[in-house]
Write a protein that binds this ligand. Structure first.
Ligand code: ZN
Length: 498
């Protein structure tokens, strides 16, 4: 079919531009010399702008509309149909956004991120204030072009998690609070686990060896990816054959990089298991950020912080880091599951983590509704930290400037992390129903079966299925916070003898 061929050529070209932009983004965070930033930003803006223009071009519209005519549409196979639907939806979403506005957004976002690196280092909120204001204004403007009748924050949420709204999130998060806050309080009364034995001098090369060991255990394919260092760990790439991850080595504590590697490895395995048939269709990536986070957090927490996992792999820790020779497995396991309110989201434990997310959700919801001004953001941050976690940062570095999301313009992203935990609990119950207790699977070294199950039911489809379809087909319900609460309650009651 000629028109299908034409569309595929367009999509390939867009994909090539995005691919090059992806490599530039990756390079900016990993290997680029400081002074190279301006040229990188310029090239990134051009490439992203061109890809954007093509995706909303008249040519694209004509091809898509021609293929959506019923007689032609029914001739397409399932992948091509999904491709047409996905592209058409993307076209409808973006067609009204002026390309000049989009380019301004990409450029401001790059400059904002670059400024943030300095501002965070200097704990200087004032330096970031104009960028926050501009990024919010730009996002509001874009949201209006996408859907002028919908609340702008809901429009943004929907771009990360199709079908979700602030109201639905509020209900889910209320359930999470109700299920976890009493646990956190009960654990708080049990006294604090001593973390001193975990602190020391840990050679970077040894930590790299350990990172590669963990990736190997998880089944991450190093011939279709690589591991580098960056300020903040992330996953980026072109699924399924080039999915890169990064980590950050804390030379005082091996847990920071180890769990980042397992987390990013979880994201990467999702992308590496997408079916190759989806290459070049625009569908070869995770279906939503919430489902993506469910996979990374499934590996990081449900597998990576389990007793069974360390029963198998603690000897390797002791071999690579002789400092642990004196520590028994039980202490190491508990040390990986310390529940303690803290300042930094990425370092938070499994339970208090959700509260960090809830704080950010409530703040961005208020920023977008106009209830909160950017100038008052640091104060509001402190108030929420005090209310939910009982701790307050003394520096903006550990407070409102700690995350890259807002400086990048990613408002509406944060809820994905907690939604990921919620999905993860649901997927866990489905997996246990199909394969048996997860502890047994991990203990018997059957992670390949876990990976295959996730691949079969979630990963392979990329964007062919929506998050709602995935969770409903697998669990028979929509999003439900109760399974993850059951998992938290069982696990932490046992560790802390509640
Ligand atoms: Zn993640």
């Amino acid at each position: 079919m000629e028109v299908l061929q034409g569309l595929k050529e367009q999509v390939k070209k867009i994909g090539d531009y995005r691919h090059a932009a992806m490599i530039l983004s990756w390079d900016m965070e990993t290997h680029m010399p400081k002074k190279g930033a301006d040229a990188h930003i310029s090239a990134l803006t051009t490439l992203s702008g061109e890809a954007f223009k093509m995706s909303v071009s008249e040519e694209m519209r004509d091809q898509l509309e021609a293929l959506r005519v019923p007689e032609r549409y029914k001739e397409l196979d399932a992948v091509d149909q999904a491709m047409v639907e996905h592209l058409y939806e993307e076209y409808l979403q973006c067609k009204n956004i002026p390309s000049a506005l989009y380019e301004r957004y990409v450029e401001t976002s790059s400059r904002s991120q670059n400024t943030w690196l300095k501002a965070k280092h200097e704990a200087d909120f004032d330096k970031m204030k104009p960028y926050f204001e501009e990024m919010i204004a730009l996002q509001k403007e874009m949201a209006h072009y996408i859907n002028p009748t919908k609340d702008p924050y809901d429009v943004l949420l929907d771009t990360y998690e199709k079908g979700i709204t602030a109201d639905k999130i509020t209900d889910l998060f209320d359930a999470l609070k109700e299920g976890t806050v009493p646990l956190i309080e009960a654990i708080g009364k049990k006294g604090i686990v001593d973390e001193q034995p975990f602190v020391g001098d840990f050679d970077k090369v040894r930590q790299q060896t350990f990172a590669h060991y963990l990736l190997d255990v998880m089944g991450y394919d190093l011939e279709a990816g690589r591991l580098d260092e960056s300020e903040h760990p992330f996953t980026i790439g072109e699924a399924p054959y080039d999915v890169r991850i990064t980590t950050h080595y804390d030379l005082r504590d091996i847990r920071s990089s180890a769990f980042s590697v397992i987390h990013e490895g979880g994201h990467a395995i999702y992308e590496q298991q997408i079916m190759p048939k989806l290459i070049g269709t625009g569908l070869a990536t995770g279906t939503s950020m919430g489902i993506h986070e469910s996979q990374s957090r499934f590996f990081e927490n449900i597998i990576g912080r389990s007793k069974a996992f360390w029963t198998c792999h603690y000897p390797k820790v002791q071999e690579i880091f002789p400092q642990f020779k004196q520590m028994d497995l039980e202490t190491f396991y508990k040390g990986n599951n310390i529940v303690k309110p803290s300042l930094i989201r990425t370092e938070a434990d499994e339970l208090t983590y959700n509260l960090h997310v809830i704080i950010r959700f409530e703040l961005e919801r208020d920023l977008f509704s106009g209830k909160l001004a950017v100038a008052d953001l640091p104060e509001a941050w402190h108030a929420k930290m005090k209310h939910y976690l009982g701790v307050v940062p003394t520096s903006h570095t550990d407070g409102v400037l700690q995350d890259t999301h807002w400086p990048s313009g990613m408002f509406g992203y944060f809820p994905s992390y907690a939604l990921g935990n919620i999905y993860g609990g649901q997927f866990l119950e489905a997996l246990v129903g199909a394969l048996g207790p997860i502890e047994t699977l991990i203990h018997e070294g059957r992670l390949d079966q876990v990976r295959a199950w996730l691949g079969k039911h979630i990963h392979q489809y990329g964007k062919m299925k929506t998050p709602t379809q995935i969770v409903e087909e697998l669990c028979g319900t929509g999003l439900d916070a109760q399974p993850i609460i059951r998992y938290y309650t069982k696990k932490y009651s046992q560790i802390y003898e509640l």
